[in-house]
Design a protein around this ligand. Structure first.
Ligand code: AMP
Ligand code: MG
Length: 322
């Protein structure tokens, strides 16, 4: 697809379906079309490596290894390293070993949505513990009965990897949207900031507002993306609190993390959602290196001071300093 922007260069777009989601990539410049198709292939390669359903993936090998070490690819090691740092720094709010719990709720593996019993949840908690992942060289081991899932970080990593391919191909200006994981390169064609729309978590078809950003990653996590209504009339969302193995109820409707790369922003959006407002601010105080936009269940938008945000909703905005 080709569109003329009226600016200096032609815009090229590639749209495809991967990692269970719709993806679009826009790039400007001479070699953009070839570059985009290579970047798309790279995303598909990562999907084959880290999918929990593809039999040839590193994660399928690990999850079926019965506690034995498995040699994994460089991409898997990189994800384990960065996500592992966020997992540790967040006190386990981000957990890569949540697969058994996600399966029990029906959020993973194509099963029916269901509410596990308290006894089942207690058994599951014994199988969710990232400190039991061991990495030695390029071998990884997880205990028997554990399951690794990169659902919280894979798209962010893929956005970085796709961007690297575009850069290697000489592209200087691009914006990728991998199922809500936005990654920008350089400046918007013609100069100026990128405008990234944030969804209203209470009405996801509507825009909450627009973030103006430079080269970075903008990633949103929210339960509106995937949830079910239980027989008890309650809403159960897909982001789980690893401490309870049940859907996180932290008082937040959505979290948008803005960071220098996609893997970090994706890991943060999920971790901060679990931590809630106070926990997220405390995390920012301790670790820094990112900006965030929180929408509380009570309907307030909280922004850290480094963000430029144009509110397009009725919800009140408050700037919060970590
Ligand atoms: P995201 O949309 O990036 O917040 O990722 C959510 C996905 O990550 C879910 O659909 C699950 O597959 C998985 N997940 C849910 N809760 C967590 C958690 N606390 N830590 C890590 N992964 C999670
Ligand atoms: Mg995430």
């Amino acid at each position: 697809m080709l569109a003329l922007t009226g600016c200096a260069e032609e815009k090229h777009t590639q749209a495809f379906f991967a990692m269970d989601t719709y993806m679009t990539m826009d790039a400007w410049g001479e070699n953009a079309e070839t570059a985009l198709s290579r970047a798309g292939e790279r995303v598909e390669e990562i999907e084959r490596e880290i999918s929990v359903t593809d039999a040839g993936s590193d994660l399928s090998a690990l999850n079926g290894a019965g506690g034995e070490p498995v040699r994994v690819r460089a991409d898997t090691l990189e994800i384990l390293k960065t996500a592992g740092e966020v997992s540790e720094a967040s006190g386990g709010a981000l957990s890569l070993t949540l697969l058994p719990a996600a399966r029990a709720w029906g959020f993973s593996g194509g099963g029916e949505y269901r509410i596990p019993s308290p006894a089942e949840l207690s058994d599951l908690r014994a199988k969710v513990d990232d400190s039991k992942i061991t990495v030695s060289g390029d071998f990884v081991t997880i205990p028997e009965g554990f399951g690794l899932d990169f659902g919280a970080v894979g798209k962010g990593f893929a956005s970085d990897a796709a961007l690297e391919v575009l850069k290697d191909e000489g592209v200087q200006s691009a914006v990728l949207n991998l199922g809500g994981n936005v990654r920008t390169l350089g400046q918007k064609d013609g100069g100026g900031a990128w405008e990234v729309a944030v969804k209203n978590p209470f009405e996801p078809s509507r825009t909450l507002g627009i973030l103006s950003v430079g080269e970075c990653a903008v990633v949103t996590s929210g339960n509106y993306e995937r949830y079910f209504e239980g027989e008890d009339g309650q809403i159960y969302g897909h982001i789980l609190d690893p401490k309870t193995c049940a859907p996180a109820r932290s008082g937040l409707a959505s979290v948008t993390a803005v960071a220098e790369n996609g893997l970090l922003a994706d890991a943060l959006s999920t971790a901060l959602f679990v931590l809630g407002e106070d926990g997220a601010l405390e995390y920012a105080r301790q670790n820094g290196g990112f900006e965030m936009l929180l929408v509380t269940d009570a309907g307030e938008i909280l922004l850290t001071p480094g963000l430029v945000f144009e509110n397009r909703s009725e919800l009140p905005v408050k700037v919060v300093k970590p």
